[in-house]
Design a protein around this ligand. Structure first.
Ligand SMILES: Cc1ncc(COP(=O)(O)O)c(C=O)c1O
Length: 633
């Protein structure tokens, strides 16, 4: 209570209805503060005051997380209601006939959801939050130890039927009830992406420390758009960017990092929520740098004047970027949002190893220039989503240099190969890229929601800089000046933790191990009669297909007809669906051009990057598939 408030004369009350709002007005900082008791006694009269005291006692134990008795039973009092959540508590907090208590009960129930844990509660405390954490911890542990990939016999339609509501519940619900239904309806049938036999997608186990760390990060609830809400985490992010930048572009000096790592006016990269956003950010930088302001003519650049005027100003007929047919579809989104249209993504055929044909890329550059097309960027892929192929990055860099075009590398998947002495030579030329996409939540083992766009020349960000008067002022350290997203989680923390804990050594070991196991699987397929390799792995993605028994000899003899190939396609489609339904192991499926058959073929796709996956899991997958073929096909 402020001194000004305490000096205010207290008018006599005539009813509870009048007391409540006035009480709130005077004491909105904490109605349970014992300093208010004399005032309340005066306001409420003896009977209601006694009820208030009783309610207050329950509330105090709720706040301390001690609202249960010694045997765990709920403690509540007749006429008043502890605002606790437990198995026996109705969904809506109970109300009394007193508007005073009713109002406070509901409000306090809601506000109570936001209270921090009691710092004085010992470890043994069964406070609400600690209890919930214990319960969810058991669910978490069971989930993580589950070996199957999906629950058998639960279809997407079944799941969809669970979530058909279209009204927000009118009344407050119970936390326990919600959590119980979340576990039943969501957790139980979620995909165990961490299962060692899940070798079909780019999602895998995380280091153990990430789980408790993520709880702390969530509790800190920092917003990295600006230092006023991300005071320390902004700089952690800048350190992450400096470390990854140096790993990618080792040609820079200590002085370079001293100048740029914490420079409010430049950035070594942009942290965002994933590879898609990182790719869009890279194309955004490339576009604004190409269609930049022109002081002489007073043209203010595409950033301010937009694409239409920029094209007119520079005399361009069209705007494009050029990459391979293996570009990830996120690049289509980039072409769309940046005003190129998806036709502005020019895709060059790849060679027999799924690497972009440089001769055709150069021919396309010349054709575009002759037709007055603005070429925003040449895009190379380091670890293509479907094949794991790594383009000839040095070759693309040379074209970029020759024709003065921005060079971007999409290393969302394969970028971390830079940590491996064995595999980094395949990435030669990445150090010449203007921008590089990395995905934290892929082979850098952070939780979902972490993409990075690294920028070789930190001054490039000036072409996208935005400021506001209330935050992200020009001279500030705020990263929100440059990022496409505004409010952002401080997900760079996980990247920071992994870089510090795993280090180059850890990442190198993980990459080498994944590639080795993928090679083991490829050799197994090469050695067997039942299947054939479709894409020989360059790193840790490979494609193969099973052959129906009747077609194995014709396949070996190289005499497959178009009809045979259609049959094999269908065979693999059915096989993959069946394996997915059974759920003990998983590979994904794609349709890809095969140089061997000179046609598109349906292939089973294996992605091995889960540190828990072993050769034995590869064998299990193969045996599961053979069992399906034997029993069902
Ligand atoms: C090569 C490549 N680039 C970009 C992306 C998009 O990343 P995200 O899903 O994190 O947006 C992916 C995702 O699989 C990818 O494989």
């Amino acid at each position: 209570m402020t001194s000004q408030q305490s000096e205010e004369p207290i008018p006599p009350s005539t009813s509870e209805e009048r007391v409540v709002p006035r009480y709130r007005k005077l004491h909105n900082e904490d109605p349970f503060d014992s300093r208010h008791l004399p005032l309340l006694k005066h306001e409420l009269g003896p009977e209601e005051f006694a009820r208030w005291l009783s309610y207050r006692e329950d509330y105090a134990s709720f706040r301390k997380g001690q609202a249960r008795g010694a045997k765990g039973e709920l403690k509540s009092r007749p006429g008043t209601h502890a605002v606790v959540d437990g198995p026996n508590i109705p969904a809506t907090p109970p109300r009394t006939d007193s508007p005073f208590v009713a109002a406070l009960t509901l409000e306090e129930a809601i506000i109570g959801l936001f209270k921090p844990p009691d710092p004085n509660a010992g470890k043994a405390s069964m406070g609400l939050e600690a209890r919930l954490q214990n319960e969810l911890g058991v669910v978490e542990s069971n989930f993580l130890n589950e070996e199957t990939v999906t629950t058998q016999g639960v279809s997407l339609e079944d799941i969809s039927d669970r979530f058909r509501k279209s009204h927000v519940p009118a009344e407050m619900g119970s936390v326990d009830t919600y959590m119980a239904s979340f576990v039943t309806n969501t957790v139980t049938d979620s995909v165990h992406c961490n299962a060692p036999s899940m070798i079909g997608h780019m999602t895998m186990s995380l280091p153990y420390y990430i789980r408790p760390l993520s709880k702390l990060v969530t509790a800190m609830h920092q917003n990295n758009v600006k230092t006023e809400t991300g005071k320390t985490t902004t700089f952690i992010e800048r350190e992450v960017l400096a470390m990854l930048h140096r790993q990618l572009f080792p040609q820079h000096s200590d002085a370079f990092y001293a100048e740029h790592a914490h420079n409010p006016g430049t950035a070594l990269g942009l942290v965002c929520s994933g590879g898609t956003l990182a790719n869009i950010s890279a194309m955004w930088l490339a576009r604004n740098a190409l269609l930049k302001p022109n002081e002489e003519s007073g043209f203010q650049g595409a950033e301010k004047e937009g694409m239409m005027r920029a094209m007119r100003h520079y005399g361009y007929e069209d705007a494009v970027f050029i990459g391979t047919q293996a570009l990830h579809y996120s690049m289509k989104k980039a072409a769309d949002v940046l005003g190129l249209g998806t036709h502005g993504m020019h895709c060059i055929p790849f060679d027999d190893e799924y690497r972009v044909r440089l001769d055709l890329m150069e021919a396309e550059i010349i054709r575009c220039q002759e037709n007055k097309f603005a070429i925003l960027a040449l895009v190379g892929v380091a670890g293509a989503t479907e094949t794991g192929a790594i383009d000839d990055l040095a070759g693309i860099a040379a074209l970029g240099k020759k024709y003065g075009i921005h060079f971007h590398v999409d290393g969302a998947w394969g970028g971390p190969c830079i940590f491996s002495k064995k595999h980094s030579p395949k990435m030669k030329g990445i150090e010449l890229a203007d921008t590089v996409t990395l995905d934290g939540h892929k082979q850098l083992y952070t939780p979902m929601g972490c993409g990075l766009c690294l920028i070789r020349d930190p001054d490039l960000v000036r072409f996208v800089q935005k400021t506001a008067n209330y935050i992200i002022r020009k001279e500030s350290f705020d990263t929100g000046k440059f990022t496409l997203e505004g409010s952002r989680p401080a997900n760079g923390i996980f990247m920071h933790a992994n870089l510090e804990v795993l280090g180059v050594q850890g990442y190198e070991l993980l990459i080498d191990r994944s590639c080795r196991i993928t090679r083991y699987m490829a050799d197994k397929i090469l050695a067997c009669d039942e299947a054939e390799l479709v894409v020989n792995p360059q790193t840790n993605i490979m494609l193969y297909r099973f052959l129906p028994k009747a077609l194995r000899d014709v396949t070996r003899a190289g005499k497959l007809t178009e009809e045979n190939n259609l049959e094999i396609d269908e065979f693999n489609r059915v096989l993959q669906n069946r394996q997915k339904e059974i759920g003990t192991s998983f590979v994904s499926r794609t349709t890809i051009w095969s140089p061997k058959y000179n046609r598109d073929v349906v292939a089973l796709r294996v992605v091995i990057a889960n540190p828990l996956t072993t050769d034995a899991d590869v064998d299990t997958n193969f045996n599961d598939q053979m069992a399906i073929i034997r029993d069902f096909m």
